[in-house]
Design a protein around this ligand. Structure first.
Ligand SMILES: [Zn+2]
Ligand SMILES: [Zn+2]
Length: 231
């Protein structure tokens, strides 16, 4: 009999094709049914992000494209390949809180991903510009050097987690969250030395996170000055 861990591993490896053992587990386990539903939902959102049709499972599609040599930009391939791994962590994290604690949740998200400050990942200004555009924002001028970009679990799906470095070498995090609109105009939080502000924008809202009130004020101002939100 397959256990929950085995089921989740299999579901992540190939979301659209489950073995008979996995199907049997799914019938018996409510927690894994929920998990599977979230994966399916996130896979759909990812397809939207990549702006490509998904005739089959994501993993399958990647393999297919590679085999047939169909154009599939290496950057998108790298993005897609890492998404399923990203999904293994953090679904519950955002959902355990009242809906208007987004700034605080953003801080907790960053605290659980310390590698975002030490790793260079998808550090591509063009990719950032197009991700922001798809989210509903137009970059008027640079926010600094993009150091890290990752699709992460956020309320109601997946959102982009981005780390920038300004000219003074200070790091700031921007998380784009395609969830229902915030009720408040802005929301701030402070947890364990971290400071965050969440504001409505684009397809939902965004959060800026920094390691001091001063750096947060600077980063928040920069985003407000340099990103124009549509609609
Ligand atoms: Zn289970
Ligand atoms: Zn993240």
């Amino acid at each position: 009999m397959m256990n929950c861990l085995e089921f989740r591993r299999e579901k992540l490896a190939d979301p659209r094709r489950l073995s008979p053992g996995a199907v049997a587990h799914l019938n018996d386990c409510a927690a894994c049914r929920l998990f599977a539903a979230e994966i399916n939902e996130n896979e759909g959102r990812l397809a939207g992000v990549l702006a490509m049709p998904v005739p089959e499972g994501l993993a399958e599609r990647i393999v297919l494209r590679r085999k047939t040599g169909t154009r599939f930009a290496p950057r998108l391939w790298a993005m897609a390949a890492t998404v399923l791994v990203t999904l293994t962590f953090g679904f519950r994290q955002w959902k355990d809180f009242a809906s208007q604690e987004y700034a605080r949740l953003a801080i907790e998200h960053v605290m659980h991903e310390p590698e975002s400050f030490t790793t260079t990942r998808l550090a591509d200004p063009q990719l950032f510009r197009s991700v922001l555009h798809n989210f509903g924002g137009e970059l008027q001028a640079s926010l600094g050097t993009v150091r890290y970009m990752k699709l992460c679990p956020v309320p109601e799906g997946t959102g982009w987690h981005i780390v920038f470095e300004n000219e003074a070498g200070q790091l700031a995090t921007l998380i784009l969250i395609p969830a229902k609109r915030m009720k408040a105009g802005a929301e701030q939080a402070q947890v364990g030395g971290w400071n965050a502000i969440a504001r409505p924008g684009g397809q939902g809202f965004y959060a800026v996170i920094a390691d001091s009130p001063d750096n947060l004020a600077k980063a928040d101002r920069l985003v407000r000055q340099r990103v124009r939100w549509r609609g």
